[in-house]
Design a protein around this ligand. Structure first.
Ligand code: UDP
Ligand code: MG
Length: 314
């Protein structure tokens, strides 16, 4: 029998856990054709989260848990989940029931059809402010324009990943993680499933604008090094204005026969030296970008099939 691991990062979720457990238990009891493992990652919660998880485990040995020594953040909780999951596929879910467990059978259905990464896309975002929706939309636009890797819009981390995606993700060991970009980066057969994202069931979100900005910067900087090129691009208008102004001064000097003024010389010098400086920043940026990419030490490629056999990335 195939095994499915449901990975749930939890940070201060004592209020939502009982309801979460009820719904998950109901669901996995209704699916008899698979073995389930529900793997909680307690991300250094300061409330009773871990106590509750341990109680669940006493009642039900399908519940497993990893208890972090402190709060490491959701991204790290997710990779820890992948490291410890034993399933033939894993499903990521939030602890606050924003991702309805009832969608899981549909995810499994597509997995059985041969898809490796079945991701749930929000068709609505209830309980979120206009500003959050707007900023996230703009962000996707900017991110996509910066990179050639296709990015899935309106998808969180709620998804099913086949074992070979799990093995692939486990090979990306960078410490500043951005799962969203990694899911895109590893490739494989992806399938979208639409769902209604519910508001958080209890407790409060760990999300705020500072976190969002951090996440946005992490997302961009882990996806692409193109911001490092800003400097190179900025040097172009600088040199261009230097050139135009230089021609203007020369014409005045030789054709109109006017002496070069001190301020004109100063403007020319400023444009010249700032242009050179900006350009050199760009050069440094190019090398920095290469060092950045090499230090991530990522595998160069993942193979989908070799001679008609699925490649598992062992
Ligand atoms: N989470 C975590 N570590 C953290 C912050 C959040 O494991 O440092 C978990 C949290 O318990 C929840 C999921 O990540 O299961 C999503 O968090 P939240 O609901 O606060 O984010 P939002 O849905 O508002 O984006
Ligand atoms: Mg949430």
């Amino acid at each position: 029998m195939k095994k499915i691991s449901i990975i749930i990062p939890a940070y201060n979720e004592e209020e939502s856990l009982p309801m979460l457990y009820d719904r998950i238990e109901k669901l996995i009891n209704s699916i008899n054709s698979y073995e389930f493992e529900v793997l909680f990652v307690n991300d250094g919660s300061k409330d009773n989260t871990i106590k509750l998880i341990k109680e669940f485990r006493q009642k039900d040995n399908r519940i497993c848990y990893i208890d972090f020594s402190r709060n490491f953040g959701k991204e790290i909780a997710m990779i820890a989940g992948l490291d410890y999951a034993k399933g033939d596929c894993v499903i990521f879910m939030d602890a606050d029931l924003q991702d309805p467990p009832e969608l899981i059978p549909e995810l499994i259905k597509y997995w059985e059809e041969g898809y490796d990464d079945v991701y749930a896309r929000r068709s609505s975002r209830k309980g979120e402010t206009f500003l959050k929706k707007f900023t996230s939309k703009m962000y996707y636009k900017v991110l996509q324009s910066l990179t050639r890797i296709p990015i899935q819009k309106d998808t969180g981390d709620f998804r099913l990943l086949d074992r070979r995606c799990v093995n692939a993700l486990k090979k990306l060991r960078e410490s500043q993680r951005c799962s969203k970009s990694m899911f895109s980066w590893i490739g494989y057969n992806k399938k979208e499933v639409l769902y209604e994202r519910d508001p958080r069931i209890a407790g409060s979100t760990k999300w705020n604008y500072r976190r969002l900005i951090d996440l946005a910067i992490d997302g961009i900087t882990s996806f692409t090094t193109s911001p490092l090129r800003i400097s190179t691009y900025l040097s172009i208008p600088t040199f261009l204005s230097l050139f135009v102004y230089f021609i203007y001064v020369i014409i005045k000097c030789f054709i109109v026969n006017e002496a070069v003024q001190a301020y004109q010389a100063i403007i020319l010098l400023i444009l010249f030296f700032s242009g050179i400086q900006i350009l050199l920043f760009g050069v440094i940026g190019e090398y920095l970008g290469r060092i950045f990419n090499e230090t991530k030490n990522r595998p160069l490629y993942f193979v989908n099939e070799y001679n008609e056999e699925k490649e598992m990335n062992e």
